[in-house]
Design a protein around this ligand. Structure first.
Ligand code: SF4
Length: 1621
């Protein structure tokens, strides 16, 4: 049994929280010393970081104590680098700029309904800000904040005092504009900037009243922030306009003119207006929360009075200092990320030409542009909102247009507020949604408001007090609050808005605001009169081509037999994409010796960490494939003409639907043929034709065409007129129209033969097509259905019968669900926002191609020119016309290995050679395997590199031993379930033998494996009887235990028995998607470990429901460090452009290890298009990550691990030179243990029992742990041999040494223009050696409340001796993951169920995130107050009660007292909440029972067990993906049914006596624990209430006594007694 921690006297002292400012400031001064030295000493830096956290926690708690002082000690000033402004005109948004800056944050506002300005509002805002420090981020010095800021009304008293001191006349509140300006650091530049500003203001007729240097305290600014601090001054101007809107507009014009004038100045990047208004002012900077008020002395001045304040704390993944990116912006404070930003920027730029409004009096040109790709997504959203606002829209209307809610299938809106639906329908065609997680706080000085994105992916709580103050914040508990004064508590749900009208003193909740806005115009009748929709047209019922013609078309356009048979035919017959497994092991298209369609050079981007992928399966109600066709009008003008568009329900058109579109005369369609002519030679032909195509498109649009159809349809194909790759044609026309201001005037549709897979559709739409008619793919479906082979198979029952129409419908259905999956991977809900968003990166196209058609996309390694692309296109084309044209399509072998086909990294010869080497333990055999790899065709980027040393060789004896090298090796996260028990255990034992690390994958682990074997005889152990080749001392535990989005098998004991904990954010085989285990692989054993039901498929949700943003990831890392402080926490990412920025955020989030996976890795089952078309090569991902971490001084904080297609020592050495410390092996480890690469893992039929759960197949498992040990030793010896050749003694010495690599001289057709300089670049070395980085202790959470609790000898005694004890403890929102560490101590000692004592811990206050996480049996936790998100996360037992304080001013039944995503991944215990919960209550719960008064959307999502009772209202999408457990919901007003997702569950009344008993006894327990009046009322009139309950029952529970009213009779009939059943 594990020993308990000893009481920690130091920790106990922290109990003495000080509210004494002296205490705080003395700690503070300690921390600010020696910052310069800190940046050179990361170890010391972390110590300071921990101390800073400790100080911060104490100070925040002191500030929150109702009877304590604010504790803020205030000090001193400073200067900076400014936002880089782009030159006019703005070019198409560049992904590189966008990727370099991402953020997420904590925000809030306070507003006085009486519009009475006070200093208290400011002081409270600063206090609240201080309590959200944990939501922000810091630079590498751990002191420079990523940003903090505050927006308020203008503090006239303060400024008038200043004015009078300056001898200036009093400032007129109605005539004075105030600019808060970041000016150049250099004094001369500053003066220049000021004179430009003054000149423009005077030209505009504004009189400059004075300049005020803003008083600041520079001593509190972090080291890095100080280096870039601007001069900060305010300018006061007198304006002549009378009307306040005109005043704001004039100030806006002036600002725009000044920004424009500054473009040519040397200091152009150093001028930034935080605000320039007569209503609002913004104080912000690169500061931490608590420093904001200390830095700006104004904020300490009691003359600073405002009736509202919006505050913001920023967490940026990038540590490069940029003061202007702090928030609030001029109108908005944004917590989240806009996923569609690149498309939004492009569309905004396209819109510039059409934007007009009389309010601008013809000055529209002077205020362009409306976006800046070099600014952040938040800054751009702010700009878009600002132009709408300044053009006369209200802030609420602007936000409704830009960030619409998911209004379709919305029962409340449909029934009660149809005008709101009309509003959204109208604007859907005018403005593409700015889509992504977003809590937006906004104000124009007259209204203050907040709204949430359509998915509700950020927390937002609000409350109102009797003294007429309204608060909104990311968290509750950020301010001291007398609960008896709180009269309302709520939260913003998905898409919801709240506004406070400061002038009328009214608060408008969601539908009130929207109804007011939507009623301003007759949107409904405009739509009815002008909007057309294309009715579905039947699919063709006969073929349109004969066999030969169809074949010729397929050949000409690049189809292979795999495309037809494995992709199109599967989609036509099954209505879904084919599934495949074991990753993508063919070369990138650029490295391939085969011709590829252009789409293969594109990889889909996906969300990871900074933004979440979303769940198209369970949360599809927020998604839509609808798209509008036709001209988009002037967004600033409202009128019926803007509604004159055509609506398509999806972008996939059949021939008839395209015809209907072409017949719409209002659209004036123009069809443009996309063939190029090579009769005058190939070179230059493609470019010429594309330019001419763009000109034709240009002319057509100028002539009024609103629909351009780019078509490669032709009855007669001609040998000398090949088709332009349609993606190139669409992209080029799209870009041309953008750059010529015509893009809003027309839509692009592709009628093409070159599109049959979901990826291809996504590419076309992503680069500008609104819809696609895939005529050849549909013809292929028809041909297939009518072929003799298919007819026979259907006749013989070998395949389900489908009609010719059904086959085409199935194909389209598969495309549509594939598109939803691709959108959701990037966290995008609406196809209309995906259109033109360019969410791809390019591997293998040269700059001229990118500039022509894919401008702004990342293409890091260069590649094909236009002529080379033309040649590749032609290589397909000629096949259709050659004399000896084959009678069937060629099989290129891109999917399955076949002799003569494409090279596959994992091929039969390679696996045979490897088996021989490891089984015979033969060095010779291993060297043959090595030779095979050395002689393979170029397969991956590293194959183009070789080592070049700067040293002479050394004897191998001098090189570090293999035993130390293998310690850096890990195996991939392959779940028990995906692979067999035998394989999983053999791999774990092998890795433990060599001191490496195996990875549990997502699915838990049998506790029997956590102790060393002592019973082995002749290689067999009764403990693990199915394995052979064992030794005493072997342990089958996986050193790395994985926490994935499904949380399967994640229990407290699992977590505390890990050496490392891995958070799987993405996986190489299918980044952006969740794991998938087919039902037939869920055996009883697997189901037991995963707390699920045998036979029920387990498809993990793509997002972690507790990670929607970077600060959420930081919270999960905190949770894991909390329960297991000794375990290092790793975060697994997949390579893509921008991963370096993401990784920086992860490092700042306190991860110990970052793992970069390549696209070619992964062993699990996924749709083919996910395997083939998402994720990038690890060489690029690793290089970017390593370099960015060094640039941000973060590299020493984290171990870098890499995996993806590793097979040999050379792979290890290459990765080392590119910066990796540790190396992961996936499929090759499976091959070494016996896999023969049959690639049918997902079918449960693995012939060698490696990836099957079938007993008879598992018995065939050939592997022993020794085989894998042999493999890794050979790999290590190979590493040693190369190191000795290079003259280096240890791996440490070559890590990050890209100078030891050089390009190989290899001549390949497609690599003429390949550029490897990105990989070979060097930014220097980390300050520590790799071994030093690896040997660090796990990072710490710093001092936490649990340490204090655990330092109490009575509590320790109760744990040690299993006694009962009761303690009361005060808690604050900064106390996070409370109880997690205590649970860890209990779980380590007693397991998940063994503790017989009872800890009664009573907390009072506002609990921070993840309260009561990972509870074990015996922990009885009571919280009097309220809690934030993730309450009861991962709890495995015990009891959790949350009740509000007594005598509240609000009704507990109506108040939200716990946040979002409670009980995520719970595996046991009971939870009683007297109040409402937020979104996703009990998501992925597998055994816990809970009673709550109400919930938000997605209640019981993906539950696999347990029981939830809701005594009040729930949101939408209840029980989505719920495959186990029961839910009882009280439905007093008969509104539940439309809110239930009925895909899986059935809804019934509670008829079964056992169900009634279960419900009643849970409510009885609930009333006893919480005193709920509602619960008591239900029990009091049980007979009346029972019929009002619905029971939600998934199929797996239908036959249980609780759900089946006939249970007894059925069981009796089966001849079984109830008892025995
Ligand atoms: S042998 Fe088994 S594990 Fe290997 S690829 Fe085939 S089915 Fe998958």
């Amino acid at each position: 049994m594990a020993s308990l921690p000893q009481p920690n006297p130091a920790a106990s002292k922290i109990l003495l929280r000080s509210s004494n400012p002296v205490f705080l400031s003395s700690n503070r001064s300690l921390l600010l010393g020696d910052i310069g030295a800190l940046s050179r000493n990361p170890r010391r830096l972390r110590q300071v970081s921990a101390r800073r956290r400790s100080w911060y926690l104490s100070s925040v708690k002191a500030a929150l104590d109702l009877d304590g002082g604010s504790g803020a000690s205030l000090k001193a000033v400073g200067v900076s680098q400014m936002r880089k402004k782009d030159d006019l005109p703005i070019k198409v948004a560049n992904l590189n700029d966008i990727l370099s800056e991402r953020g997420a944050c904590g925000v809030g506002f306070i507003a006085n309904l009486k519009n009475e300005p006070s200093f208290k509002i400011i002081r409270d805002a600063l206090t609240a800000l201080g309590c959200m420090e944990h939501r922000g981020g810091c630079g590498a010095d751990n002191d420079s904040g990523d940003g903090a800021g505050l927006m308020s009304s203008i503090p006239w008293d303060l400024y008038n005092t200043w004015a009078s001191e300056q001898g200036l006349p009093s400032l007129s509140k109605s005539k004075t504009g105030v600019g808060m300006i970041f000016l150049p650091r250099d004094e001369k530049f500053m003066e220049d900037a000021k004179s430009v500003i003054t000149k423009i203001l005077s030209e505009e007729g504004l009189e400059v009243l004075g300049w005020r240097p803003v008083p600041v305290n520079t001593s509190v600014v972090g080291y890095y922030a100080k280096e870039t601090m601007p001069n900060i001054q305010q300018v006061f101007v007198n304006i002549l306009e009378e009307n306040s809107d005109d005043i704001e507009r004039e100030l806006y014009i002036c600002r725009k003119l000044i920004e424009r004038a500054a473009k040519s100045a040397e200091w152009k990047d150093e001028l930034y207006f935080c605000s320039f208004s007569n209503q609002t002012i913004v104080y912000k900077g690169m500061l931490r929360s608590e420093v904001l008020g200390q830095f700006y002395l104004d904020l300490q001045n009691e003359l600073y009075k405002s009736s509202f304040a919006i505050y913001h704390r920023r967490y940026s993944t990038n540590t490069s200092p940029r003061w202007p990116l702090a928030q609030p912006m001029r109108l908005l404070g944004h917590n989240g990320e806009i996923n569609t930003i690149q498309g939004n920027l492009n569309w905004m730029q396209s819109r510039e030409a059409t934007i007009q409004s009389p309010v601008w009096r013809g000055r529209e040109n002077e205020i362009r542009p409306f976006g800046d790709p070099k600014a952040s997504d938040s800054a751009n959203l702010d700009s878009a909102a600002e132009i709408l606002l300044r053009s006369g829209r209200s802030p609420a209307e602007a936000l409704m247009i830009l960030v619409p809610e998911a209004y379709k299938n919305h029962p409340t809106l449909t029934i009660k507020y149809p005008e709101v639906i009309d509003f959204y329908d109208y604007y859907k065609g005018q403005m593409e949604a700015w889509d992504g997680p977003a809590l937006l706080l906004f104000s124009d000085g007259k209204t203050v408001g907040a709204c949430l994105d359509r998915n509700g992916l950020r927390p937002a709580r609000y409350w109102r007090t009797t003294d007429d103050i309204v608060y909104v914040a990311s968290e509750v508990g950020v301010l001291p609050m007398d609960e008896s004064k709180v009269i309302m508590k709520g939260r913003l749900g998905p898409g919801m808005m709240i506004t406070v009208d400061l002038q009328s003193g009214q608060v408008y909740e969601n539908t009130d605001v929207k109804k007011r806005v939507a009623s301003e115009n007759p949107y409904g009748s405009w739509l009815k009169e002008n909007m057309r929709s294309i009715k579905p047209v039947n699919f063709l019922s006969s073929v349109g081509m004969d066999n030969e013609m169809a074949l010729r078309h397929q050949q000409a356009f690049g189809y292979s037999s795999e495309d037809v048979q494995m992709v199109i035919e599967t989609m036509a017959s099954q209505g879904k994409e084919p599934t495949f497994c074991m990753g993508d092991d063919i070369p990138l298209a650029l490295l391939s010796r085969k011709s590829h369609m252009i789409y293969d050079y594109f990889k889909q981007r996906f969300a990871q960490v900074t933004n979440p992928a979303i769940d198209p399966l369970r949360e599809g109600l927020v998604m839509s494939l609808e798209v509008n066709i036709g001209k988009r009008g002037n967004i600033l003008e409202v009128g019926p003409e803007n509604a004159a568009q055509v609506i398509l329900s999806s972008p996939v058109l059949n021939e008839g639907e395209l015809d209907s579109l072409l017949k719409d005369s209002n659209l004036k369609p123009t069809v443009l043929s996309t063939y190029f002519d090579i009769r005058r030679g190939l070179d230059g032909s493609l470019e010429r034709t594309i330019k001419s195509l763009c000109e034709k498109a240009d002319a057509a649009v100028r002539n009024g065409s609103q629909l351009l159809v780019l078509s490669d349809r032709s009855d007669e194909l001609e040998p000398t007129r090949p088709a332009i790759p349609i993606l190139l044609a669409v992209g080029a026309v799209h870009q041309h129209l953008i750059q010529n201001g015509l893009r809003m005037s027309a839509s692009i549709v592709a009628e093409t033969a070159q599109c049959f897979s979901t990826h291809q559709f996504a590419c076309l739409i992503g680069y500008g097509a609104s819809a696609v008619c895939p005529y050849l793919a549909l013809e292929t479906c028809r041909q297939w259905r009518l072929s003799t082979k298919t007819v026979n198979m259907m006749r013989n029952g070998k395949m389900p019968t489908v009609t010719i129409e059904q086959a085409q419908r199935n194909f389209c259905k598969a495309v549509k669900s594939g598109l939803l999956k691709i959108l959701s991977k990037m966290g995008i809900s609406l196809l209309s926002s995906y259109c033109g968003a360019q969410i791809f990166e390019i591997y293998g196209l040269g700059q001229e191609v990118v500039d022509l058609a894919f401008c702004g996309s990342v293409s890091k390694i260069g590649g094909l020119t236009l002529d080379e692309l033309a040649r590749e296109t032609l290589s397909f084309w000629v096949k259709a016309f050659s004399e000896d044209t084959a009678k069937r399509l060629e099989n290129f072998g891109f999917i399955q290995f076949r002799p003569g086909g494409e090279y596959h990294g994992n091929n039969p010869e390679m696996s045979k050679l490897l088996h021989k080497a490891v089984r015979q333990k033969s060095e010779n055999a291993y060297s043959i395997y090595q030779q095979h790899l050395a002689n393979r065709p170029v397969n991956v980027l590293r194959d183009l590199l070789e080592f070049v040393s700067d040293r002479p060789p050394i004897p191998i004896g001098k090189v570090e031993p293999a035993s130390s090298i293998v310690e850096r090796f890990c195996t991939g996260g392959m779940s028990l379930g995906a692979i067999s028990r035998e394989t999983h255990e053999a791999i774990a034992i092998a890795m433990n033998r060599i001191g490496g690390k195996s990875n549990s994958g997502e699915g838990g682990e049998d506790p029997i494996r956590w102790s060393p074997l002592t019973d082995v005889v002749d290689g067999y152990s009764p403990t693990l009887p199915h394995l052979k080749g064992l030794q005493n001392g072997d342990t089958a535990t996986s050193a790395i235990k994985q926490v994935a989005s499904g949380r399967f098998g994640v229990t407290p004991t699992f977590l505390v028995n890990a050496e490392q904990l891995e958070i799987k954010i993405a996986q190489g085989a299918k980044p952006g998607e969740g794991g998938q285990l087919p039902g037939k692989k869920v055996s009883a054993y697997i189901a037991r470990l995963r707390n699920s039901k045998p036979g029920v498929p387990l498809i993990s949700p793509p997002p972690h429901h507790d990670i929607y943003s970077i600060e959420d990831l930081a919270q999960l890392i905190f949770d894991l460090h909390q329960i297991n402080p000794k375990a290092k926490v790793s975060v697994k990412l997949v390579a893509e452009a921008g991963i370096g920025t993401v990784a920086s955020g992860v490092a700042k989030g306190n991860a110990d290890i970052i793992q970069i996976s390549g696209h070619d890795g992964g062993t699990g089952a996924s749709p083919i298009s996910s395997i083939k078309h998402a994720g990038g090569p690890w060489e690029l991902g690793l290089t970017e990550t390593h370099q960015m971490l060094i640039q941000n001084s973060l590299r020493e904080r984290v171990i870098l691990r890499v995996d993806g297609g590793f097979k040999s020592g050379i792979d290890v050495l290459m990765a080392a030179a590119m910066g990796a410390d540790e190396y992961g092996f996936g499929s090759v480890a499976m091959i070494a243990t016996g896999c023969v690469m049959a690639r049918i893992c997902h079918t449960n039929n693995c012939p060698v029992g490696v990836a099957s759960q079938r007993e008879e197949l598992r018995a065939r498992f050939p592997g022993v742990p020794g085989d894998l040990v042999n493999f890794f030793l050979y790999v290590a010896e190979e590493v040693r041999a190369v190191l000795s050749q290079l003259g280096y003694e240890k791996l440490d010495d070559i890590i990050g040494r890209t100078d030891l690599l050089k390009p190989k001289h290899i001549s390949m057709t497609k690599t003429q223009h390949l550029d490897l300089s990105y990989i070979l670049a060097s930014v220097g070395q980390p300050k520590w050696s790799s071994s030093e980085i690896r040997n660090q202790d796990a990072h710490t959470n710093g001092p936490v409340l649990d340490d204090i609790i655990l330092s109490d000898p009575e509590i320790l005694g109760a744990i040690e001796h299993e006694k009962e004890i009761t303690k009361s403890i005060k808690i604050y929102n900064v106390d996070r993951s409370v109880c997690g560490r205590i649970a860890g101590v209990i779980a380590k000692k007693y397991g998940d169920t063994g503790f017989a004592g009872q800890l009664n811990l009573i907390f009072t206050g506002s609990a921070g995130q993840s309260f009561a996480c990972f509870l074990t049996p015996g922990m009885h936790i009571r919280l009097v107050g309220e809690a934030n998100d993730y309450v009861g996360k991962g709890m495995a037992g015990g009891e959790l009660v949350v009740v509000p304080v007594e005598n509240t001013g609000f009704c507990p039944e109506d108040a939200t007292i716990v946040g979002n995503t409670c009980l995520y991944g719970a595996t046991g215990g009971q939870v009683f909440v007297r109040g409402r919960a937020g979104e996703r209550f009990a998501v992925r719960n597998s055994l816990a029972q809970a009673v709550v008064e109400g919930t938000g959307d997605h209640c019981c999502e993906y539950m696999t067990g347990g029981c939830v009772v809701v005594l009040g209202k729930v949101g939408r999408n209840v029980a989505a993906g719920m495959t186990g457990g029961l839910a009882y919901i009280l439905d007093e007003d008969d509104t539940l049914i439309p809110k239930v997702n009925k895909e899986i569950v059935k809804i019934q009344r509670v008829n079964a006596p056992a169900g009634q008993m279960q419900l009643k006894s849970l409510i009885e327990a609930y009333v006893e624990k919480t005193g709920s009046k509602k619960g008591a009322a239900v029990l009091g009139e049980w007979e009346a209430y029972l019929p009002l309950f619905w029971q939600l029952v998934p199929p797996s529970e239908e036959d249980t006594p609780e759900a089946c009213a006939e249970f007894e009779r059925v069981v009796a009939k089966q001849g079984v007694t109830l008892q025995s059943a």
